[in-house]
Design a protein. Structure first.
Length: 225
């Protein structure tokens, strides 16, 4: 297993490197096929709270889908511990899911597998959040915009909708891009309210979209209340 530790606006000391390497041995116990572990540490001097200035992100790469976790704290050791705890929980769920699929038991329900995941904050729109942060920055005499747009590119992979839901929950994101193997279309799965998920696919110009409801891995969906 290759382990890399990188820092942005923060110094990676030898003590932290050894601390991370010592705890990373637990990853191989839960994911024997892991090939690489990337640990990224970043400090944001403009964070709204000193208790969340440091961010640690850990990504586990192997033969299966990438598994990722992230957390914030006042120092890199505390942020690492919080992130590592989240990562171990996701690795355990991935291991248990693999055992279920190769055994004689029924697959774990989505609401059980994802119950510990945080619910996305929908109390304010992006525009409202941007305006609020801009007012705070203007009050502090900072003229720069709080909006930051980052771009990433990933290789396209065809998979079923059920597998896309599983991969989204494993990486801890509120959405997941994929190629729908049944239609060949670029699609995105996203988390809605409760245990409801949505799929958006790209079609040809002028093509009308059809709405449908289905269950997870062949199960019959519960009736709407």
């Amino acid at each position: 297993m290759d382990l890399t530790v990188s820092g942005r606006n923060v110094t990676i000391t030898e003590r932290f490197q050894e601390y991370a390497e010592d705890r990373a041995t637990k990853i191989e116990q839960l994911a024997p096929k892991v090939q690489r572990v990337d640990i990224k540490v970043a400090r944001d001097a403009h964070a709204r709270s000193a208790a969340s200035q440091v961010t640690v992100e850990i990504t586990v790469l192997g033969s299966g889908p990438a598994i990722r976790a992230e957390a914030h704290a006042s120092d890199k050791f505390s942020a690492f511990d919080l992130t590592f705890a989240k990562l171990l929980e996701r690795l355990r769920r991935a291991r248990d899911k693999h055992k279920v699929h190769h055994g004689r038991h029924n697959p774990q329900a989505v609401h059980q597998a994802t119950g510990a995941l945080p619910v996305a904050d929908t109390s304010a729109t992006l525009a409202e959040q941007v305006l609020e942060e801009q007012r705070e920055r203007d009050a502090d005499g900072i003229a720069e915009t709080p909006v930051e747009i980052r771009t990433k590119a990933f290789p396209a992979k065809a998979m079923s909708i059920d597998d896309a839901v599983d991969n989204m929950e494993l990486v801890g994101h509120p959405f997941y891009l994929f190629l729908d193997e049944s239609t060949g279309r670029p699609s995105v799965v996203y988390r809605r309210k409760g245990w409801s998920y949505g799929i958006i696919s790209l079609g040809k110009e002028g093509e009308e979209g059809l709405a449908s409801v289905s269950g997870y891995r062949g199960a019959v969906p519960a009736p709407a209340e």
